[in-house]
Structures are given as C-alpha cells and as structure tokens.
Design a protein. Structure first.
Ligand SMILES: *[C@@H]1O[C@H](CO)[C@@H](O)[C@H](O)[C@H]1NC(C)=O
Ligand SMILES: *[C@@H]1O[C@H](CO)[C@@H](O)[C@H](O)[C@H]1NC(C)=O
Ligand SMILES: *[C@@H]1O[C@H](CO)[C@@H](O)[C@H](O)[C@H]1NC(C)=O
Ligand SMILES: *[C@@H]1O[C@H](CO)[C@@H](O)[C@H](O)[C@H]1NC(C)=O
Ligand SMILES: *[C@@H]1O[C@H](CO)[C@@H](O)[C@H](O)[C@H]1NC(C)=O
Ligand SMILES: *[C@@H]1O[C@H](CO)[C@@H](O)[C@H](O)[C@H]1NC(C)=O
Ligand SMILES: *[C@@H]1O[C@H](CO)[C@@H](O)[C@H](O)[C@H]1NC(C)=O
Ligand SMILES: *[C@@H]1O[C@H](CO)[C@@H](O)[C@H](O)[C@H]1NC(C)=O
Ligand SMILES: *[C@@H]1O[C@H](CO)[C@@H](O)[C@H](O)[C@H]1NC(C)=O
Ligand SMILES: *[C@@H]1O[C@H](CO)[C@@H](O)[C@H](O)[C@H]1NC(C)=O
Length: 871
C-alpha cells in the first residue's frame, strides 16, 4: 500500500526528500537556540494585525525568559520550545511568516479559534516531533500540504472549519499513530484516499461537510479502531462497502446526506457496539437487513429519505435500547411490525410517507416513552388503537393523511402532554370525545377533513392553542353564535368567518377555547343578545356630542362620570392608552378629568343577528347585582355600555396589575415575601366567601386565576372579572356553556358541567398553591387527577413542603412558617378531586383569619405533603 502512495505522489515526495536532505545539512544546534526561537516568535508576532495585548510577554528585552512567555511551554532539559498554544487568542495573521526551522522539537502546536488566513506552509512537515496539531476554526485556504505525511508521530490532527480546498493527501496514510483526524467543514474535493486504511489506531474520523466525491474506499474497513465516523454532507456515491462490518468498535456511524445508492450491507449487523447509525438522505435501495436486529446497543437509527423498499423487519424490535427511530420517506410498504412494542425506550418515531398499509398495531401503546410520533401520509386504515392513551409522555402526534376510519378514542385524553395533534385527512367519524379537554398543553390541533359530527364540546378550552383546524367535517353548529375578530386565530374556521353563508355557524363554544377568551365571552354574548333584541336602555346618560348614542348602558348608581368622558379620556380608544390585550379584545386605562382612573375593557362583537332570545330580566338583574357588589377584596364593576357592536366593561383601575404579573414579573421575589403572599391568599378567600355566603342568591365567580386577582398598592387582593359570574339558582346551575381557565378548572366540571361553589373552591386552591410555590402546581394537580387520592398520598409521601415552596425565597420561620403551613394545608384540601371533600370558602376564610395559628406537628423542614394533607 505504501508503494501506491509513493507512485501517486512522486513529485511531491521527491521534493520533500530534497527538503529533508537539505535540512540535514543545516547546523541544527545553532538554529534552534532559545535566542533564535525567541527572535522567530517575535518577528512572527510583529506580523499580527494587531498583536493581542495578551502576548506582551513576547519581547526581545529578555530573551532568556522565553520559557515563561505566554502560550509557550519548554522542554525541561533542553529549555527549548516544545508547545505553542495560541488557541482562541483572536489573532489575525498568516502562517507564511512563521519560521518553522528553529522549532523542530515542537510536539504540540495549537492555533485553533483564530483568524489565520492563507495557506498551510509545507515547512510544517519539518516538525517531525509533532504529536498534536490543531489549526481548526480559522480561515486557512489552499491545499493540505502533502509533507504533512512526514509527521509520523502525529496522534491528533485537526484542520476542521477552514477553507481548505485540495483533495486529502494520500500521504496522511503514513501518520500511522493518528487516533484523531478531523478535516470537517472545508472544501475538500476528490476521494477519500485508500491509504486511510493504514491508520489502524484511528478512533475518530471527521470528514463531514466537504465536497468529497467518488465512493467510500473499502480500505476504511481496515481502520479497526474506529469508534466514531462522520462522512455526512459530502457527495459520496456508489455503495456502502461491506467491509464496514469490520469496524467492531464503531459506536457512531453517520453517512447521511450523500448520494450513496447501494443497499445497506447486512454486515452492518456485525458492528455490535453501534449506538448511533444514520444513513439518511441518500439513494439507498433494497431492504433494511434483518441483521440490524443484532445492534442491541443502538439508540439512534435514521434511515429516512432513501429509496428502501420491502417491509420493516420485525427484528427491529430486538434493538431495545432505541430511543430514536426514523424510517420516513421510503417505500417500505406493509405494516408496522407489532414487535415495535418492545421498544420501551423509544422517544422519537418517524414513519411518515413510507407507504405503510394495514392498521396501527395496538402494541404501539407499549412504547410508553414516546414523545414524538409521526405516521402521516401512509395508507394506514382501521382504527386509532385506544392503547394510544398509554403514551403518557407524547407531545407530538401526527396521524394525518391516512385512511383511518374509527372514531377518536376517548383514551387520547390521557396523553396529557400533547402540544401538537394532527388527525386531519382521514375518515374519522363520531363525535369529539370530551376527554380531549384534558389536553391542557395543546398548541396546535387539526381535526379537519374527516367525517366528525356532533358539535365541538363547549367545555373544551385550550389556553395555549395557536393553530386550530376543524373545517371539512360534518359538525352541527347548534349553539351560540358570534362572529368576531377572534375567528382570525382559528384558521380552520376562517372560511366560516368570511363567508356570509356560514358565519352564523361559528359557535361561541369554539371561539372561547380558541381565543383564550375564557372568561368574558359568555357575558358578552348575553349582553349582545340583550342589547340587540331589546334596545332597552336602563339608564341612559347624555352622551358626549362627538360620539354616537349608546345602544345600552348600565352604570352603578353613584358613578359620577359619563361614558362619553371615558371615551374622550382615551381619545376614542387610541392605541397609546391600551394597557393589555387578549383574545377577547383590549383593556384601556382612562384618566378622567376629575383625576379618577378607570379600566375599560373593549370587546369586539359585531354580528349578533342570530342570537336566540334569553331571559332578559334575569340578565338585567345579574348586571345590577354585579355592579352592586361591595367588598374590599372585590374589584368594582362600574358598569357596561355598548356602542357600534362593541361592548365595554368599566372597572376600577389598579396600578399594580394582576397577581400573576407580580408573581412572575421581575420584582416578584422582592415584593412578594411570605407575609404578603399569605395576605393575598387571605384576601382572596374573603372575597370568595363573601360571594358564596353573603350574597343572596350566592354568586359563583367561575374563573378564579392569578390573572383575575388584582393587587392594590398595599398588596390587598382584589378579585376581578365578573364577566361570567352566574347566579346560582336551582335552574341555572346546569350551565352547558362552561367557561373557565385551564389549569384552574375543577375536574368534575368537564364531566358533569355542573357549576357549583365548589368549583371556585378548587380554583382558589390552585391559586393559593401557585402563590406559595411561585409556579403553577400542574404536577400536583395532574398526579391527583390521574390517580386515586390514595396513590397520590403515596406518591407525595416523600415530598417535603420546603421543597415545594417558592425556592426564590428563604424558607419562612416562626409565626410565618405556621401561616404558610396553614395556607398550604387548606389549599391542598381545596384541590380534592371529590367536590364534597373540599371545604367551604367560609371555613377557609375563617381559618385564615383566626387569631392564633395552629402549631406545627413537626419541625418545618420535616413536614411532608402527606402530613399536610392529614392536618
Ligand atoms: C519563570 O517564572 C518563574 C516564576 O513565575 C521564575 O521562578 C523563573 O525563574 C522564571 N524563569 C525564567 C527562565 O525566567
Ligand atoms: C525529536 O525528539 C527527539 C526526542 O526528544 C529528539 O531526539 C529528536 O532530535 C527530535 N527531532 C528533531 C527533528 O528535533
Ligand atoms: C487546542 O485548543 C482548543 C481550545 O483551547 C482545545 O479545545 C483543543 O483541544 C486543543 N487541541 C489540542 C490538540 O490540544
Ligand atoms: C483553492 O482556492 C484557491 C484560493 O483560495 C484557488 O486559487 C485555487 O484555485 C483553489 N483550488 C481548487 C482546486 O479549487
Ligand atoms: C506510535 O506510538 C507508539 C506508542 O504510543 C510508539 O511506541 C511509537 O514509537 C509511535 N510511532 C511513531 C512513528 O512515533
Ligand atoms: C447536505 O449536503 C449539502 C452539500 O452536500 C449541504 O449543502 C446541505 O446543507 C446538507 N444538508 C443537510 C441537511 O445537512
Ligand atoms: C450508483 O451510482 C453510480 C454512479 O453514480 C452508478 O454508476 C451505478 O450504476 C449506481 N448503482 C445503482 C445500483 O444504481
Ligand atoms: C464493544 O466495546 C467494548 C468496550 O467498549 C468492548 O469490550 C467490546 O468487545 C466491544 N464489542 C465488540 C463486539 O467488539
Ligand atoms: C442498553 O442501555 C443500557 C444503559 O444505557 C445498558 O446498560 C445496556 O447494556 C444497553 N444494552 C441493552 C442490550 O440493553
Ligand atoms: C352528516 O350528518 C348528517 C346528519 O347526521 C347525515 O345525514 C350525513 O350523511 C352526514 N354526512 C356525511 C358526509 O357523513
């Protein structure tokens, strides 16, 4: 083999021989004294543009100090330079002016991470004692000089991330001690020299991101020490040499993004230590060899974007360590082998567009680690197996563009972590299961182009939903109507919004979840119905001349301003007064001439022709009740107005904003100490206790969240957003259009649709926990929901209270610790799954206001959640 190298590069090699011969004649001793080395370094440094200050020690004022210069290491005995490490010195220069001859003893030379330009000088070949050479991450150009083959002691060579544009010199094959060879990300052309097979010690070979072409030499199989081989993103063609099976120690093999067009050699199955195998984006043909099942250590397998045909070998199920499996975009046909269920570690499975037919095996449900599953664009038929509900960690599920024809299994609702769900372009029938309401994290939902019927369950609300497609189904739109800007967010419904024919079919039950307008929508609908049908004016106030007459208005008796004044104060809803916006519309801050400040919520609703009649008297009573509420912990609703199809709610304005803002804003920690947090929770408890127990009839707020609690300057809590509060009475408690915010909504609400004061108790519990924990207690709630309360106890047995509390604050002590423990134990009681087991708000408020706090059953640091739930 060496002979081959010689003949191929005879001229260069002879030249090199000549060099060495001439060098041999030179008086070495004289050349490589410390003095000549110092002079060579300084004159090189003088060509740096500019020389970095960190190299100030490089100076001829005291050349005897050479061994103490920055970046220089000397050989102990000879006191000559043995190592130069200028890595990451921000040097802009070339190697052209570096005189190599005084440095023939150099063993390490590191210029990585600078701005060196120009060629690599052939003289480098003189430094035959080099073991480590790193010129990576510069802008070196031109060829890799073939004299580099003289560096026989080289163990580590890194020329990656430069602009070298020659072929790889076959002389590299002489550097037989190389363990690490990196030439990645250059413009290297031509072939991988067969001489590479002489590098028997080579463990790491990085040639990715070049322009290498022709085929992979079968001699590569001789590099039997290889553990890591990366040839991605070149133009390699032809076959994968079967000799690759000789790489017994290889762990990482990546040949992706080339033009390889053979079949996958079954010899690959001999590389028993492979953990990472990627052959994606080539033109590979034939079958996936069943020998792949021998790769028991395999964690990552990517064969996507090839022309593989025949079926998926069931032996894949033997690779039980797989976490990533992608076979997408091939012609595999047939079925997903049931053996896939053995891949319990699998997190990522992409089988899109590989012509699969038959049905989805229910064994897929055994792959319980899955977070990503893509089966789109196959010919899968039959049903979505209910076992899919076992995929508790799944976040991305795409079954679109198949021929699935079952109904949507209600078990899908157990996939709590789903953020992306696409079932579009199938033949799914039946109605949407209520359990989809569990998918609190969903951001994109596409059910379009199926045969789904029924109505979209109104109790499903997705707070994070950004993309939502329902079109081309057989839904009946039998509930409320509303056409609004909100539709813009629901792209799937946009057809419905834009075409006159359909725009009455948009249900508010859909708008509510889509737009995150959980709260106010129902009231708005009610208000709209009210004003359109009756045009009844309860208390008409003379309007400012610039504005149209208001279509209806209710203002609290003692309010001293007119709506016209409000509109004037905010310059007819000028942007600059807008202090917040949401799916529902905008909030403006109006500073009236009198100095009073009010908040105006503007809700855009324009087309309400189709609203069914409602009990106007009861609605009127409701608004009156809300404006007449008086409690120090409840925000004042001054009134409402409507004008030009817009609804306005006038509220008291609080400078400090919401509890959520305080909790998660920049100043959250410093402002909200333990005492303040306890105070906030206490205030909220009193507000709810007042609504539930002091109002007649009682009022359920229905949407208690950290965003609906506002804070006064002294951190007194004020409950706001009474938009949806409904009077409880025997006949109105069965309220089919449930609104509420996910993460705060009592679990029974989704099942029974029955709104009771216990729903508020639950939401209060969540808010109280959130205030104390400094984050939403989602995990706690989930563990409680999905398990019996007994197992929750077991689960949380070892969970210490101190670990649950907001870690940004120091743990409370003494009196405060007792107050915090009381709040936490009450909050935990409030989130009981069984509504009947939750305390009343009256009880909670009284407990929190009691003169003496209960003493701790154990030292604060020892208290577990379990213990707390028993208190
Ligand atoms: C290098 O510096 C050390 C102390 O930092 C000193 O002891 C030593 O003498 C110096 N060597 C030379 C050659 O100046
Ligand atoms: C390389 O190092 C060895 C041992 O340190 C030394 O004997 C030899 O002279 C060096 N080679 C050159 C070219 O300086
Ligand atoms: C060169 O320096 C870089 C940066 O400090 C380092 O990561 C690299 O390992 C060094 N190369 C060698 C061969 O030591
Ligand atoms: C390599 O790049 C240099 C300039 O950087 C250019 O002159 C030379 O022609 C290029 N060689 C090849 C083989 O492309
Ligand atoms: C290669 O390395 C081995 C052991 O590390 C050493 O004995 C041998 O001399 C080296 N070969 C060359 C050419 O330096
Ligand atoms: C594939 O390789 C080509 C060059 O051969 C490169 O331009 C492209 O970015 C690579 N694609 C990927 C996904 O790495
Ligand atoms: C693979 O590609 C090479 C060169 O592009 C071509 O000669 C050969 O016929 C191809 N082989 C197959 C099986 O397509
Ligand atoms: C796999 O690697 C381990 C050490 O990492 C080694 O002991 C074992 O022999 C290798 N397996 C094979 C088949 O060579
Ligand atoms: C799988 O991985 C685990 C841990 O990463 C390892 O202990 C085990 O040997 C691997 N191989 C098989 C066949 O499970
Ligand atoms: C849509 O639903 C109606 C009423 O349930 C039914 O008659 C019709 O066949 C359905 N259309 C399709 C395409 O399923």
């Amino acid at each position: 083999m060496e002979g081959g190298v010689f003949s191929a590069h005879k001229p260069t090699y002879l030249l090199l021989l000549l060099h060495i011969f001439l060098l041999a004649l030179l008086p070495f001793k004289a050349i490589s004294s410390p003095k000549t080395q110092a002079e060579a370094l300084v004159s090189w440094k003088n060509t740096f543009a500019p020389a970095p200050p960190s190299l100030s020690s490089w100076s001829l004022t005291n050349p005897n100090n050479l061994c103490n210069w920055t970046a220089i290491v000397c050989d102990q005995s000879s006191e000559q330079v043995s190592q130069i490490d200028l890595s990451n010195f921000d040097i802009s220069a070339t190697l052209t002016y570096f005189n190599f001859t005084p440095f023939l003893k150099l063993t390490q030379f590191n210029l990585s991470g600078n701005y060196f330009t120009g060629p690599i000088p052939s003289e480098l070949g003189f430094c035959t004692n080099l073991t480590y050479l790193d010129l990576s991450s510069n802008s070196l150009e031109g060829p890799i000089p073939s004299p580099i083959g003289q560096l026989r002691k080289l163990q580590y060579l890194d020329l990656s991330y430069n602009s070298l544009n020659s072929s790889i010199p076959s002389e590299l094959g002489f550097c037989t001690n190389l363990t690490h060879l990196a030439l990645a990300s250059n413009f290297l052309q031509g072939k991988i020299p067969p001489s590479i097979g002489q590098l028997r010690e080579l463990q790491y070979l990085y040639l990715h991101m070049n322009s290498l072409d022709s085929s992979i030499p079968s001699e590569l199989g001789l590099c039997t020490s290889l553990t890591y081989l990366d040839l991605t993103s070149n133009h390699l063609e032809g076959k994968i040499p079967p000799s690759i099976g000789q790489l017994r120690y290889i762990q990482h093999l990546d040949l992706s993004n080339n033009s390889l067009n053979s079949s996958i050699p079954s010899e690959l199955g001999l590389c028993a230590n492979l953990t990472y195998l990627a052959l994606a984006s080539n033109h590979l043909e034939g079958k996936i060899p069943s020998s792949i099942g021998q790769l028991r250590e395999l964690k990552h397998l990517d064969l996507s974007y090839n022309s593989l045909n025949s079926s998926i070998p069931s032996e894949l199920g033997l690779c039980t360590n797989l976490t990533y499996l992608a076979l997408a975009s091939n012609h595999l046909e047939g079925k997903i082998p049931p053996s896939i269920g053995q891949l319990r570690e699998l997190q990522y499975l992409d089988l899109h567009m590989i012509s699969l037919d038959s049905s989805i095996p229910s064994e897929l449900g055994l792959c319980t680690s899955l977070t990503y599953l893509d089966l789109t664009s196959n010919h899968l038929e039959g049903k979505i197996p209910p076992s899919i509900g076992q995929l508790r960690y799944i976040q991305h599920l795409d079954l679109s563009n198949n021929s699935l024809n079952s109904s949507i299994p209600s078990e899908l609702g157990f996939c709590f972590g789903l953020t992306y769900l696409d079932l579009s372009r199938n033949q799914l029938s039946g109605s949407i299961p209520l359990t989809l309401g569990n998918l609190a994290h969903i951001q994109s939902l596409d059910l379009s182009n199926n045969n789904l019927n029924g109505s979209f369950p109104t109790e499903i609300a997705f707070p994070l939903l950004g993309n939502f497609y329902l079109s081309h189904n057989n839904f009946t739109y039998n509930t409320f109507v509303g056409k609004s800007d909100l539709c813009r967010d629901a792209r799937g419904l946009s057809r419905g919004c834009n075409s006159k024919k359909n725009n009455k079919k948009v249900i508010i039950g859909v708008l509510v979840p889509v737009c995150g307008l959980s709260v106010v929508a129902t009231t708005i609908a009610l208000i709209l119905m009210f004003h359109k049908k009756t045009r009844r004016v309860l208390k008409k106030i003379h309007s400012a001349q610039n504005f149209e007459n208001f279509e209806s208005m209710i203002l609290q008796e003692e309010v001293k301003f007119t709506f016209g004044e409000v509109v004037k104060a905010i310059d007819d809803f000028h942007e600059k007064y807008c202090i917040g916006r949401g799916g529902f519309g905008r909030v403006y801050k109006a500073e009236l001439l009198s100095g009073q400040v009010v908040a105006v919520k503007r809700l855009n609703m324009s087309d309400s022709n189709d609203i069914p009649a409602i009990n106007l008297q009861s609605f009127e009573n409701e608004i009156r009740t809300l404006t007449n509420l008086r409690h120090r912990n409840i925000i004042q609703l001054y009134g409402f107005c409507s004008r030009r199809g817009c609804i306005f709610l006038l509220y008291e304005y609080l400078e400090r904003g919401s509890l959520g803002k305080a909790l998660y804003g920049v100043e959250g920690v410093t402002e909200l100490g333990w005492a303040t947090r306890v105070k906030v929770v206490k205030g909220l408890a009193h507000a709810l206790s007042y609504l539930h127990h002091d109002c007649s009839p009682p009022i359920v707020h229905r949407d208690v969240t950290v965003n609906n609690v506002l804070l006064e300057s002294d951190f007194e809590a004020r409950l706001s957003d009474f938009g949806t509060a409904r009077l409880i009475s025997a006949n109105s408690s069965n309220w089919t259009h449930i609104v509420g915010s996910f993460g705060y909504m009592a679990p029974e609400l989704a099942l029974t649709m029955r709104v009771t004061d216990k729903c508020d108790v639950y939401s209060f519990g969540v808010v109280a926990l959130e205030v104390m924990m400094g984050r939403h207690p989602g995990d706690l709630l989930e563990s409680q929901l999905s398990k019996s309360s007994q197992s929750m106890k077991e689960d949380n047995a070892e969970l210490f209270l101190k670990d649950l509390l907001d870690q940004r604050l120091e743990a409370p002590s003494n009196e405060l610790a007792r107050a915090v423990v009381l709040v936490m134990s009450l909050a935990l009681a409030c989130i009981c799954t069984r509504p009947g087991s939750r305390p009343t708000m009256l009880y909670v408020a009284q407990k929190l206001s009691a003169r003496s706090l209960p003493s701790l059953p154990e030292p604060f640091g020892m208290l577990t959640i379990n213990k707390l739930m028993g208190i």
